[in-house]
Design a protein around this ligand. Structure first.
Ligand code: SF4
Length: 380
């Protein structure tokens, strides 16, 4: 069979933590699609995919996996997907490569796309989860995005049923715990809906990942945003708190408000102050904090609460205490990929080219903030 016949549809995004997951598309785009800060689906209409289409995708995925195993077996590797099998696939069956990589990594993790899978009927989701597990017994974790407003329309029993059927984790874009911020950004969920959704997901025994967006309060509401987001998370105690810093590309409705001066974004120093306030206020929970998005200023701002709280705060305090020039060089180094952590400021091989870039920008009287903004737009 030709490798090109193994078509299965995939959507544009998944959480950073699902980079190695098999992507299974259940719906297209976002049923809400109104958040001012969100660039992802703005040009696209939401639609549900039919069970038949999804079944066809899963069948093609299974056929692709079978083909890969047969290539391995024919090459003397007994159907095992090892590095040698990957090399063969890379050379002769390029279309099979994503599936081969997934199998090579164990074939364990699946992410259901796109933005709000739980708006599908629970019975349909149960069927799809069952099909996936039947075709791929190696699966250990199946996760999905879901909106809080959708989750609160489900009973805890619905969520329990999804867990029984194989769903492991729900990723929620909480973004903020402050109602003014949520309303202004047209998130379509209130802090009390976020709370109820988070509590219900945990009550069902599902793993819960909450996304917070540093910078979303802008200059006007950064304090409230930080304090109320932490307070809400303190009530939920999610398994994971993930940070994804605000960036405002032209396609976002928020862009026009920035141009009009109605929303004033924080620069990196403001974000650092907000992050410090946010983490200082996280209290009484055991969540893991991850800063696993390329837009974030501090990649190493991670750890488990409460034990790693001070370690995380020290990273931010260290940045805030740097001289302005060193702060700018760190920001440039982080955004241009020369630095990963503040310690890289002490690595002369990494430091010198960034210092040179900083000098060039100063000589040309180019704003470091503007330069960084342009780089960040390329990450979206
Ligand atoms: S709910 Fe999520 S995907 Fe939909 S518009 Fe808002 S941020 Fe974007």
């Amino acid at each position: 069979m030709s490798a090109t016949s193994y078509y299965y549809e995939q959507g544009p995004i998944r959480p950073p933590s699902e980079a190695g997951s098999l992507l299974v598309r259940l719906t297209r785009n976002c049923p809400w699609n109104r958040c001012l800060f969100c660039p992802v689906y703005k040009q696209d209409k939401f639609s549900k995919r039919s069970l038949e289409d999804i079944k066809e995708d899963i069948k093609n995925m299974a056929a692709a996996a079978e083909h890969i195993r047969s290539i391995s077996a024919a090459s003397g590797y007994k159907g095992v997907i090892n590095r040698q099998t990957l090399s063969l696939i890379q050379t002769d069956y390029y279309n099979l490569l994503p599936m081969a990589f997934w199998l090579y990594k164990g074939g364990e993790n699946v992410f259901l796309q796109d933005a709000d899978s739980l708006m599908l009927p629970i019975s349909l989701l149960e069927k799809i989860l069952g099909l996936l597990k039947a075709e791929f017994p190696s699966i250990k974790r199946i996760t999905s995005y879901a909106r809080s407003r959708t989750i609160v329309r489900r009973s805890v029993q619905d969520l329990v049923n999804l867990k029984k059927a194989g769903l492991s984790r729900i990723h929620i874009g909480m973004e903020s715990g402050n109602d003014k911020v949520l309303e202004y950004m047209e998130k379509g969920a209130t802090s009390s809906q976020h709370l109820e959704a988070g509590i219900n997901v945990k009550a069902a025994g599902l793993s819960l990942s909450e996304y917070v967006m540093p910078g979303l309060g802008g200059e006007a509401l950064w304090r409230e945003h930080a304090i109320d987001s932490a307070a809400l998370l303190n009530k939920i105690n999610p398994d994971y708190i993930r940070l994804r810093t605000l960036a405002v590309p032209t396609v976002c409705p928020l862009y026009d408000k920035v141009v009009a001066g109605e929303f004033v974004p924080l620069n990196d120093d403001g974000i650092a102050r907000e992050l410090a306030l946010f983490i200082e206020n996280l209290d009484g929970i055991e969540s893991f904090v991850y800063s696993d998005h390329i837009l974030n200023l501090f990649e190493d701002l991670s750890g488990q609460l409460p034990g790693d709280k001070n370690k995380m705060l020290e990273i931010i305090y260290k940045y805030l205490q740097l001289p302005v020039k060193e702060q700018e060089i760190y920001r440039l180094g982080r955004r241009t990929g020369h630095f990963r952590t503040l310690d890289d400021l002490d690595d002369s091989a990494a430091y010198l080219p960034v210092e040179q870039l900083h000098r060039t920008l100063k000589d040309k009287k180019t704003s470091v903030d503007n330069y960084i903004q342009k780089i960040m737009m390329q990450f979206i």
